[in-house]
Design a binder for this molecule. Structure first.
Ligand code: SF4
Ligand code: SF3
Ligand code: F3S
Length: 385
């Protein structure tokens, strides 16, 4: 007797997976609202996110690792948000990732080939790490193939590419002068595919999740700035949302890490804070489920979401000039002349800050959510569920 032909098991939707993992409907909707708020979406957009997660099948995902320290994977996996780390990544989308998969050796290589063949044109390619071009790429070889060969082969059939972290977006520490391995970011190699640069060393887990949710929901790239970063998360400087900003405006600065001013939580500009020239969501989203971020723990921002931040002057020395913008280059003068600062001066400062931001990210007035914000230094982030 012939054995019955079994139909393949239906692929669950993202929401079905969440429900089977014990995520309540209420928590699911809170998650969608929170993601919608970060993308600057109205209720309609949030409903769209919920609908997409409820109905769409999983996107095949390949996560490649090249020259890196795995901090981006760690950031994502250590997210204390249960939906971000446990569900969205681990249980839903990942078909191939060298650091987490159980398979090894030839079996792992076969899985990669299988995914890129069966899902040609459909899969997302996520990249962590830079690609060494020096010495024929011999500095990073996986399964007998150089990172350069792999990145080209996998990119050829990818629907879109997400570059995780400073390594994949701009080379990070491996590309620091003199860049002995010729570390190169993905966008400098692959020119014919849509690429999102999710910057930071590492990026914030909820920002990474936000980008994946956007791709899943809308099936297109989010709006990007001139460096390829999603504007929803990188359109404001750390300085613009920093809770120490009133100290900066009042000319109250930490001079050394152990002085009285450090204990009082004054501004870290003079001990090298790069918040004034760094675009990231740290001041609003923060890390570890909104617990803290470098500045809150007393450490200046090192500018980790900007290109070439390792070569951008010595750390822990104050920026003497903010590129392209004069008025804020003189924090010392702000300190000296603070008594003379009238309300009109403070307003001009805030306006000029936004003018500079738009100039840096190539944005037109009216495009940014900040246009709706009458007080750009004190806006509150969307509440995390
Ligand atoms: Fe915050 Fe740094 Fe700006 Fe000071 S210089 S307000 S610590 S971001
Ligand atoms: Fe790289 Fe700077 Fe860690 Fe994410 S981003 S691997 S080093
Ligand atoms: Fe990086 Fe600065 Fe945020 S160092 S983590 S962008 S505060």
């Amino acid at each position: 007797m012939n054995s019955p032909v079994l139909a393949p098991a239906p692929v669950p939707t993202v929401y079905e997976q969440m429900a089977s993992r014990g995520v309540s409907r209420r928590d699911f909707l809170k998650f969608c609202t929170w993601m919608g708020a970060y993308h600057g979406l109205e209720n309609d957009g949030t409903a769209q996110i919920a609908r997409a997660i409820e109905t769409k099948r999983r996107i095949p995902v390949v996560w490649l690792h090249f020259q890196e320290c795995t901090c981006c994977s760690e950031s994502f996996l250590r997210s204390s948000h249960p939906i971000v780390a446990d569900i969205l990544l681990d249980k839903i989308s990942l078909d191939y990732t060298e650091t987490l998969q159980a398979a090894a050796g030839h079996q792992a290589e076969e899985i990669l080939q299988d995914v890129i063949t069966r899902h040609k044109g459909e899969y997302l390619m996520l990249v962590e790490g830079s690609v060494p071009l020096a010495a024929d790429g011999c500095y990073c070889v996986v399964g007998g193939k150089s990172a350069l060969d792999t990145v080209r082969e996998v990119a050829a059939g990818a629907k879109a590419i997400v570059a995780w972290g400073n390594c994949a977006c701009s080379g990070c520490v491996q590309a620091a002068n003199p860049n002995p391995t010729g570390a190169t970011p993905v966008h400098a190699i692959i020119k014919d595919k849509p690429i999102v640069n999710v910057q930071g060393c590492p990026p914030i887990a909820e920002v990474m999740a936000g980008v994946l949710v956007h791709l899943l929901t809308f099936d297109r790239l989010p709006q990007l700035d001139s460096l390829g970063r999603p504007k929803a998360f990188y359109s404001r400087r750390v300085h613009d949302t920093c809770y120490r900003r009133p100290n900066y405006d009042a000319g109250l600065f930490v001079e050394t890490f152990d002085d009285e001013n450090a204990r009082k939580g004054y501004c870290l500009y003079r001990v090298g804070c790069r918040g004034p020239s760094t675009y990231n969501a740290c001041g609003t989203m923060r890390w570890n489920n909104g617990t803290s971020f470098p500045i809150q723990s007393g450490h200046p921002c090192l500018g980790c979401s900007e290109a070439k931040f390792w070569d951008n002057g010595p750390f822990y020395q104050r920026l003497t000039n903010f590129p392209g913008f004069g008025i804020e280059s003189t924090a010392d003068q702000i300190g000296l002349g603070v008594a003379a600062l009238a309300a009109g001066g403070a307003l001009a400062h805030a306006v000029l800050t936004n003018v500079r931001k738009r100039h840096d990210i190539g944005e037109q007035p009216g495009e940014s959510p900040a246009d709706l914000d009458p007080n750009p230094t004190a806006s509150e982030p969307p509440q995390k569920p």
